[in-house]
Design a protein around this ligand. Structure first.
Ligand SMILES: [Zn+2]
Length: 214
């Protein structure tokens, strides 16, 4: 029998949110509702919702909120009423959070708990900023701050940082996350649903903290 917890998981880039969502989904037998997966599914299948999203993506503009909300609620509301789920990547702003709450309320359901994996900014910069890949074989490496990148252990190729992993880009990703997410966290904090989870820990340590908060 599936579990019945309804959870939202938040965490900045580099916090290991996807891994934690998977672990929680297994532990509590929940549907893992990842916004990235659901978008890719709708696009691949060419569903009416996927086609609506694609129109914007083809033009290189952000998919508007109402389309994101329709795609995510279509999935969430298709989960049997007594079954639990864990949301990963949705809601991303207070409008989405409000629409989710309204939709769940019509079915006398609600979110049980919101877990926010909180990782100090210097730790995030360290984790994300240390990502290197081999120019030749694309093997990924983590290099400690201030150390020169050695040659690839597999092919002796040169390691480099992708544009996305360079310090300026990393800072930008963290800033965007904070700007986007802090108001949503407040939305849930006001409802007494938010648990801040210390994220400067091992995968197992963070997992145990989330379990304790549930
Ligand atoms: Zn290599």
């Amino acid at each position: 029998m599936a579990g019945s917890l309804r959870i939202v998981l938040f965490g900045p880039p580099g916090a290991g949110k996807g891994t934690q969502a998977q672990l929680l989904a297994e532990r509590y037998e929940l549907a893992h509702v990842s916004s990235g997966d659901i978008f890719r599914h709708n696009l691949r299948q060419g569903t009416p919702l996927g086609l609506r999203a694609k129109e914007y993506m083809d033009r290189g503009v952000l998919v508007p909120d109402e389309v994101v909300i329709d795609i995510m609620l279509d999935k969430i509301m298709s989960i049997p009423a007594d079954d639990g789920f864990i949301l990963d990547g949705f809601p991303r702003n207070t409008r989405q959070a409000g629409e989710l709450e309204a939709a769940l309320t019509t079915r006398a359901r609600n979110i049980d708990r919101v877990a926010h994996i909180d990782v100090p900014e210097d730790e995030l910069t360290r984790r994300l900023g240390g990502r290197y890949v081999c120019r030749d074989c694309q093997a990924p490496y983590t290099i400690a701050d201030g150390t020169d990148a050695p040659p690839c252990q597999r092919c002796n190729g040169e390691l480099y940082q992708r544009d996305d992993d360079r310090p300026e880009a990393v800072q930008k990703r963290i800033d965007v996350y904070r700007e986007e997410t802090l108001p949503v966290l407040d939305f849930y904090r006001q409802r007494g649903l938010l648990s801040d989870i210390p994220g400067k820990d091992t995968v197992e340590g963070v997992f145990q903290s989330i379990v304790a908060a549930l």
